[in-house]
Design a protein around this ligand. Structure first.
Ligand SMILES: C[S@@+](CC[C@H](N)C(=O)[O-])C[C@H]1O[C@@H](n2cnc3c(N)ncnc32)[C@H](O)[C@@H]1O
Length: 216
């Protein structure tokens, strides 16, 4: 499953765990932005932690803050297994966060004092109505100047950013017609309706972007 011969320790420890090559490829470029953007932040909620690979990489390198993972329950065993292999004092076990629940998807998390929310590669997986629900929750939850940081592929000016993203979008929509790469302009307009303004936009490798919204 692992093919990174340069990291034998990690290969040994993670053998048998669900593994995302994309996470391995993008974790360092994302970390470099988070180090800047989250310098003065203390409690981060990660939405859609997936395998948990991002969290085990980011938490020990952002040791000044608490990194709270979350996802739908089906992902918890995997996230917990990665956390067991790479524990960190500031890395917290996943909360159940499922936007498709009719009720508030994460009672405990909503009550906690998060000053930032991070999510990677989720907006094109969820339906637009769930993306809207996510922005509503995050807009309600964050304090003034809190940050919502989003990584993933986006279309801009009505265009795909690459041929590979066009193909990716096509495959997403074939699998689930409610999913698909979102238009940056739609995301910004949605954010504005929840008191979140775009404060930074980073071009990332492999035709992805990292968007930073600030609560106003
Ligand atoms: C493509 S994975 C990305 C995982 C990880 N963040 C990454 O970058 O590798 C999409 C994630 O969105 C989560 N997700 C999908 N629908 C969701 C929902 N309704 N509520 C919360 N999370 C959801 C999935 O469980 C999954 O972890």
């Amino acid at each position: 499953m692992l093919n990174r011969s340069s990291d034998n320790k990690q290969s040994t420890l993670t053998a048998g765990l669900p593994f995302s090559q994309a996470c391995e490829n993008n974790k360092q470029p994302i970390l470099e932005v988070l180090e800047q953007e989250l310098q003065d932040f203390t409690h981060v909620l990660e939405v859609g932690s997936g395998t948990g690979q991002h969290s085990i990489y980011f938490a020990p390198r952002l040791a000044h803050l608490i990194w709270q993972t979350s996802d739908v329950f089906a992902y918890h065993a995997t996230i917990n297994a990665w956390h067991a292999a790479y524990p960190a004092a500031n890395l917290y076990a996943p909360l159940t966060f499922d936007l498709s629940c009719d009720s508030v998807p994460m009672n405990k998390a909503v009550a906690a004092p998060y000053d930032a929310v991070f999510t990677a590669n989720t907006l094109h997986i969820m339906s637009w109505s769930l993306v809207s629900k996510l922005f509503e929750l995050v807009g309600d939850m964050l304090p003034l100047n809190g940050k919502f940081i989003i990584y993933g592929p986006f279309n801009e000016n009505g265009c795909y950013s690459s041929e590979s993203n066009r193909q990716f979008d096509h495959s997403l929509r074939q699998r689930d017609s409610n999913s698909g790469i979102r238009h940056l302009e739609d995301v910004i307009a949605l954010a504005n309706t929840h008191k979140l303004k775009l404060s930074d936009k980073y071009a990332m490798p492999a035709n992805n972007q990292l968007l930073v919204f600030e609560k106003y």
